[in-house]
Design a protein around this ligand. Structure first.
Ligand SMILES: NC(=O)c1ccc[n+]([C@@H]2O[C@H](COP(=O)([O-])OP(=O)(O)OC[C@H]3O[C@@H](n4cnc5c(N)ncnc54)[C@H](OP(=O)(O)O)[C@@H]3O)[C@@H](O)[C@H]2O)c1
Length: 279
């Protein structure tokens, strides 16, 4: 019988960055579908609204991806209590908007640590249990930026391209098993992301950066609400098949990838430069 609720496939889920934005919407969608959810934030109190609404069906977990080994240990502890996670969603992330060369490398290093190295580490620890049980689903939240790099967000682009490459690698490694891997690439959604982007002071000084920032902010504010991304993820989970899931506005998620498949990388660069007013 085909699954009609996510809980028909997955009883338990672990999701990073559940305090706001897409992560919160994903958590709510799963909770409404009857899944028991463990959700993380750096500050567990930020998860109080979910805990208040869903009671014991939701467990708040404090986790900071800047501390990779600790984050993995926190995951293992939660996994032991849950009796294994059927679904793991690596969603937490943030942006840094700045000139690559003018910004201290430690800023980029930290972002890569959080969004690539330690997200890969969380994937590594999550896949152990799934391989052993030969079932489950891994969802890594990448971005359309993996294919269409965002100006002045170099480490973000590296992290998302790397994460999508990891997802592709795992799809090959787990082919023929009952483990599903989803490479989720959202376009712009109206979340707190734009508000939580780190902008070192020097970034405001350049007119080109300023124009690119205004275009980026306008795009984020004009995007669909996070609930729309949650509905798209729900459909993908119910299909229960590994693959790439592009989601968002028609132009970003359907038309642009279709057009560039027949064009060149130079065309992608031109589209991006025009889109962000930096040509
Ligand atoms: N919004 C979009 O248009 C869009 C498009 C493509 C991809 N994405 C991706 O979707 C994911 C969610 O983005 P969003 O738009 O929902 O952003 P958001 O509203 O800013 O939420 C980000 C989440 O990540 C958590 N987080 C940030 N830094 C963390 C760290 N060091 N350790 C652990 N958790 C951390 C935050 O938790 P606390 O602050 O509570 O700790 C928060 O829950 C990100 O990976 C983002 O790159 C978003």
């Amino acid at each position: 019988m085909p699954a009609v609720r996510v809980s028909d496939l997955h009883r338990t889920a672990f999701i990073t960055g559940a305090s706001t934005g897409l992560g919160q919407a994903f958590a709510e969608m799963l909770l409404r579908d009857g899944v028991r959810v463990w959700g993380t934030s750096r500050h567990a109190a930020r998860l109080d609204p979910l805990a208040a609404r869903y009671g014991t069906q939701f467990t708040a977990v404090a986790l900071d991806l800047r501390q990779g080994a600790h984050a993995a240990a926190v995951f293992r502890e939660a996994e032991a209590i849950a009796g294994g996670f059927d679904l793991v969603i690596n969603n937490a992330g943030y942006g840094v908007f700045a000139d690559f060369v003018a910004t201290d490398f430690s800023v980029w290093e930290e972002q890569l640590e959080v969004m690539l190295i330690n997200t890969a580490r969380m994937t590594h620890v999550a896949m152990g249990g799934m391989r052993e049980r030969n079932r489950g689903a891994l969802v890594n939240i990448s971005s359309l930026a993996a294919e269409f790099p965002l100006p002045f967000q170099s480490a973000y682009n590296i992290a998302k391209a790397g994460l999508s490459a990891l997802n592709e690698s795992l799809m090959v490694e787990f082919a023929g098993s009952n483990v599903v891997i989803l490479d989720v690439q959202p376009g712009d959604y109206r979340t707190d992301f734009e508000g939580s982007v780190v902008r070192p002071a020097a970034a405001a000084a350049s007119p080109r950066l300023d124009r690119a920032w205004k275009a980026f902010a306008a795009m984020m504010q004009g995007g669909p609400p996070p609930a729309a991304a949650a509905a798209a993820l729900r459909q993908a989970l119910l299909r229960n098949r590994s693959g790439t899931v592009r989601m968002g506005r028609f132009f970003q998620a359907v038309l642009a990838p279709f057009l560039t498949r027949f064009g060149s990388q130079a065309l992608v660069r031109r589209i991006q430069a025009t889109y962000f007013d930096v040509s």
